[in-house]
Structures are given as structure tokens and as C-alpha cells.
Design a protein around this ligand. Structure first.
Ligand SMILES: Cc1ncc(COP(=O)(O)O)c(C=O)c1O
Length: 424
């Protein structure tokens, strides 16, 4: 049934807009024949793809279940209630808002709800693993609020500099103490953050966008268990859901968060995305997903071990989650831009990445970032990680003599093609 609906839509598309159709087919081939190692990417559940293209796309639903500004909400209320209840259950949250259109919007909604312009937030330094939406100077949020930053201690395996976190908190009394990351390969001690925040009455916020799926399955620590006020996560990375965001919070924050999303920041929620989020929350609660999450983490460990054995220098010395950052300058005298391009040439997709206190600029940084969620979705296991690590090593080490790698592109293509690509 699902297949036939998708097939019908494809043939419409092919007839009406061959240019877009051909680009779609090109992208599908790129995904099928390549090895996808960007840690924030994944392959959505086929049911998610179907719901995103469903009748829910057509509906305007400003407001919340039972309190909408448009009629005809019988079915949208059902899916939003399902999404909220399921999210609360899997993350042990008291309140859930499933309407943020993206990860950026979910973080902004919290800042706008609790901060006045000029107020202070303490978050993780971008080059040490933090995210743009945690107050990078180039972001709008960085211009509106006063973001201060803590770092990790590079020569102590990249642990968080707790003395600095505490010192900055006591000195500047931030309104929000923020943790979470997009390129930090370690789990976090949320209890420690909470105890420091409590010394000055700061609110606690964890942006777990990269690791939501591993928290939902209890393989990594849950900030809500440590008494955090807010936890935000994207739904499209580790959880294989639609592109979007989720906010979990204590009940006392429910009203402020909901009105900060609507009418504060957004108009009509994307109900096709909300329907797909409801489905995703159901999938994430299954034992099948739990096995998947465990495999992602095992694969990342194995890939890190193999890269270390090949002589690569890894930020923090390895990984405790799904992502790995290679210092390509230290390992091979190669900047991250060049490393990303070389691997891309062979169908291995990674992304250039700044490393802690990087002396190089963001478009030509000193490292690359890799992760295992997408390859694990395709069914790859630890033995496959060994093969991939060897290929990465070969390509980057042979940078001056790529002719010696004749045939490798085809080997990678044939290897990838052996694994299923869900929904495509
Ligand atoms: C930690 C973190 N927060 C927020 C975001 C922003 O999400 P989006 O791209 O959906 O706006 C990302 C995405 O990369 C992220 O990694």
C-alpha cells in the first residue's frame, strides 16, 4: 500500500517536473551508492516519508489541541496529542511541545520565553563542540543575548572544564546554564551542571539534538532525570523522524514554552511533521530501535578504535556516543576542507569541522566529523566499520598519489549497494 502511494506520487512528479524529478533521482543514487558518515544525518523511517507527503500537509492548525484558531481539527488534535504523550513517556518529561519547525526554533523559543535582551547565558564554546544556536556571535541570538562560553580541557581527554563552568556561573550569574553539543564525542554529567546552576538559581537547559535517540533508549544520561528545566532535541538525526524539534520541560514551564512557540515565534505548525513525529515516538519506543541505538554506539566505538589503529588523532581520544572528530592537520597535515573533498570524491561523506581552539577558519578548519547513525540504519555492523576505517585511511594517506587507488570508487559503490536504503 505504502509502496503504491509513493510510486503514484513519483510518476506524477516525473511528468510534471522532470528537472526536479531528475535531481531527486540523482540524490537517491548518491545516497544509495555512498557511505554516509555525517553524524547529524540519517535515513528517515519510510512511514515518516509517507506522512510528510500526506493530507496533513494541507492543514492549518494554529494553536494547540482543543484550542485552535481554525476549524476542522478532529484529526490534527489526535496526532498532536499522541506525539506529545509519547514524547513525554519516552523521555520522562512532564510537558512536551512538538511544534518547533526546526532545532533552531526550539532553542530560540526557550531563550525568548525566559530572557530579556542583554541577559546572560552560559553555554559550550563552539569550537569545543557547542552549536551555532548556543549563541555563536554570527547568530541573531548571539547578538540579542549575552552568551558566555565554557571550554573543555584538551590535554585531559577533552573533559568539561568544571572549574571554569563554576567560576563563570558564580561570577556572571547566567539566567540559563546551557549544555549540549554537535561535535563533542562524550556523554555529559547533567547532575554536575544542575548542582552548579542551583548555586545561583539559573535555569538548566540541555540541547540533546545529536543524541536524543540514545537518551530515549537509556544508553546515555537523561538531563530530565537530573532535574533539568528544559531538554530540546531535533527529531531527524538520531531518531530517524521528520526534520523538526521537540521541547521537553517541567510542567511549571508548559504555558510559557507553548506561548513562546505559538504565537511567539511561529505561525501554523507543520501538521505533516507533527504526524511523523507521533509515529517516530512510537518507533523509538520499540525493542527494534533499542537494538539499533546500541549498534550505532558499538559501530562508533569500533570505527574510532580502527581509526586510532591507523594512526589518526581523535579529539578526546575516542568516542562515548555516535560521533568522532579527527584532527586531520595533526594526523596528516591536511586541513578539514581538503579531507572532506578527498573522501567525497570516493563517495564517503563527512563534514569539515573546527576542533577545540582551532587556529584555522571555519571554512578551512583543522578536522572532520564522522558518525555512525546513517550507516547503521542501512544495516552495517562492526566488521563493516573496519573496512570503512581502512578506506578512509587509504584515501587520506594517498592524497598525493590517488592513482594508486584505481578501482576503489567502484569497490565503495558496490559495497554500499549491498545495504538497504529504507524508504528509497
Ligand atoms: C545541537 C544542535 N542544536 C540545534 C541544531 C539546529 O537544528 P536545525 O538544523 O534543525 O535548525 C543542531 C543541528 O545541527 C544541533 O546539532
Amino acid at each position: 500500500m505504502l509502496d503504491s502511494v509513493l510510486e503514484k506520487n513519483r510518476s506524477y512528479l516525473q511528468n510534471t517536473d522532470p528537472e526536479v524529478f531528475n535531481a531527486l533521482v540523482g540524490e537517491e543514487k548518491r545516497q544509495r551508492f555512498g557511505i554516509e558518515l555525517i553524524p547529524s544525518e540519517n535515513f528517515a523511517f519510510p512511514e515518516v516519508l509517507a506522512l510528510l507527503g500526506s493530507a496533513f500537509t494541507n492543514k492549518y492548525s494554529e494553536g494547540y489541541p482543543g484550542k485552535r484558531y481554525y476549524g476542522g481539527q478532529d484529526y490534527t488534535d489526535i496526532i498532536e496529542d499522541l506525539a506529545r504523550e509519547r514524547a513525554k513517556k519516552i523521555f520522562r518529561g512532564e510537558h512536551a511541545n512538538v511544534q518547533p519547525l526546526s532545532g533552531s526554533a526550539m532553542n530560540q523559543a526557550i531563550y525568548h520565553a525566559y530572557l530579556d535582551p542583554g541577559d546572560t547565558v552560559l553555554g559550550m564554546e563552539l569550537s569545543h563542540g557547542g552549536h551555532l544556536t548556543h549563541g555563536a556571535p554570527v547568530s541573531h541570538m548571539g547578538k540579542i543575548y549575552n552568551f558566555l562560553r565554557y571550554k573543555t580541557i584538551i590535554n585531559k581527554g577533552g573533559i568539561i572544564d568544571w572549574d571554569e563552568v563554576e567560576d563563570l556561573t558564580l561570577r556572571y550569574k547566567p539566567k540559563i546554564l546551557l549544555c549540549g553539543h554537535s561535535s563533542y564525542p562524550k556523554d555529559l554529567d547533567y547532575t554536575k551542571f544542575k548542582s552548579i546552576a542551583d548555586k545561583v538559581g539559573a535555569l538548566t537547559m540541555a540541547d540533546v539534538s545529536h543524541i536524543g535517540g540514545w537518551i530515549a533508549t537509556n544508553h546515555l544520561n537523561n538531563p530530565l532525570d537530573a532535574g533539568f528545566d528544559f531538554m530540546t532535541t531535533t527529531t531527524h538525526k538520531s531518531m530517524r523522524g521528520p526534520r523538526g524539534g521537540l521541547i521537553l520541560s517541567k510542567k511549571e514551564h508548559a504555558k510559557k514554552i507553548d506561548s513562546s512557540i505559538f504565537p511567539g515565534l511561529q505561525g501554523g505548525p507543520h501538521m505533516n511533521q507533527v504526524a511523523a513525529t507521533a509515529l517516530t515516538m512510537k518507533k523509538v519506543a520499540t525493542s527494534e530501535f533499542n537494538n539499533y541505538a546500541l549498534m550505532v554506539l558499538k559501530n562508533a566505538k569500533k570505527l574510532a578504535e580502527e581509526l586510532l589503529a591507523e594512526g589518526f588523532d581523535l579529539i578526546t581520544g575516542g568516542t562515548e556516543n555516535h560521533l568522532i572528530v579527527i584532527d586531520t592537520v595533526k594526523s596528516l597535515g591536511l586541513d578539514g576542507k581538503k579531507a572532506e573533498e578527498l573522501l567525497d570524491e570516493y563517495g564517503i561523506t563527512t563534514n569539515k569541522q573546527v576542533i577545540p581552539d582551532d587556529p584555522n577558519p571555519p571554512l578551512r578548519p583543522s578536522g572532520i566529523r564522522l558518525g555512525t547513525p546513517a550507516v547503521t540504519t542501512r544495516g552495517m555492523e562492526e566488521e563493516d566499520m573496519k573496512i570503512i576505517a581502512k578506506w578512509i585511511s587509504k584515501i587520506l594517506k594517498e592524497k598525493e598519489n590517488l592513482k594508486s587507488l584505481t578501482g576503489l570508487k567502484n569497490d565503495i559503490k558496490n559495497f554500499s549497494d549491498k545495504f538497504v536504503l529504507p524508504g528509497i
